[in-house]
Design a protein around this ligand. Structure first.
Ligand code: G1P
Length: 290
């Protein structure tokens, strides 16, 4: 019997230096893909997967993320006075229930493993999900929902993966897998392998289901790749005593932490939208000279 996955951790403390000057006064997670902040897209994914509690590990300058997931009373009143019910309903729909969010701060930028560890008290002793907001998963079914189904079927820890070309393996966590009764058991993991040394082309896509034992390991985890406390390194230790499975997402993944990924996410999400999609297609065709 597996325990239900109720809580999700969103590490949102990163500085976003790759997007300066846009991120000088705005957290990178608040940059928009069409008209929704990146972080909202990822929270949408978690909600669609049945997550009930949303834990944000923030840092200095990230307070607007907390405001974003709160009621803006003045705005609501103005919208209501002006009869903008559709907008008002949209805002209400997007809002997690009262008491369903927690915010804690990563006091120093020590790495993803450290950020996740900062959520240990709020998560407590139950398996939980981690979603990295940079990575947008666009498909028919939300990525985390598929992972939770996999977790319910075979238990263990799960990592979302996607295929990347050889030229990109050094930018991600990479896993090696073996087929085990239809599931992809992870046999190897390495964080940002040096060029030419990756065990496969399966990159960690920023979606995880982890058992709470990871916190005990993170507690004493030494710095790894990039001088940071890496979640991947703690997972390598956990994998000695617990099974890990890879979950391949059936859809497109956009790494909005890169400029190209961010731009392509806007195009892909825009094209899917009923309001702007059709005219966007016409404009893009014109632009491409077709
Ligand atoms: C993190 C993880 C890495 C994963 C990546 C996905 O790296 O450590 O394993 O592949 O996210 O975006 P970061 O992008 O924070 O350097």
């Amino acid at each position: 019997m597996t325990k239900r996955i109720r809580k999700a951790v969103f590490p949102v403390a990163g500085l976003g230096t790759r997007f300066l000057p846009a991120t000088k006064a705005i957290p990178k997670e608040m940059l928009t893909v069409v008209d929704r902040p990146v972080i909202q897209h990822v929270v949408d994914e978690a909600r669609a997967a049945g997550i009930e509690h949303f834990i944000f590990v923030t840092g200095r300058g990230k307070a607007v993320i907390e405001d974003h997931f709160d009621i803006n009373f003045e705005l609501d009143r103005t919208l209501s006075e002006r009869g903008k019910t559709r907008e008002l309903e949209g805002l209400r729909r997007d809002l997690p229930a009262a008491g369903a969010t927690s915010f804690t701060r990563q006091q120093a930028p020590l790495g993803l493993g450290h950020a996740v560890w900062c959520a240990r008290d709020i998560v407590g002793d139950e398996p939980f999900a981690v979603l990295l907001p940079d990575m947008l998963h666009l498909g028919r079914e939300p990525c985390l929902a598929g992972m939770i189904r996999g977790y319910e079927a075979h238990g263990g820890n799960l990592i979302g993966v996607f295929e990347v070309p050889d030229s990109e393996t050094h930018q991600y966590g990479i896993v090696g897998v073996r087929d085990e009764k239809g599931a992809q058991a992870i046999t190897e993991m390495v964080e940002k392998p040096a060029k030419g040394t990756a065990p496969s082309n399966l990159a960690v896509s920023g979606r995880y289901i982890l058992s709470p034992e990871i916190f005990r390991i993170l507690e004493t985890q030494e710095r790894g790749a990039g001088g940071e406390i890496q979640l991947t390194d703690a997972m390598i230790t956990l994998a000695r005593s617990q099974p890990f499975f890879a979950h391949t997402f059936a859809g497109e993944i956009y790494d909005t932490g890169t400029k190209l990924g961010f731009l392509m996410a806007n195009v892909a999400y825009g094209l899917r939208r009923e309001d702007v999609g059709p005219s966007m297609r016409v404009e893009l065709d014109k632009l491409m000279g077709r």
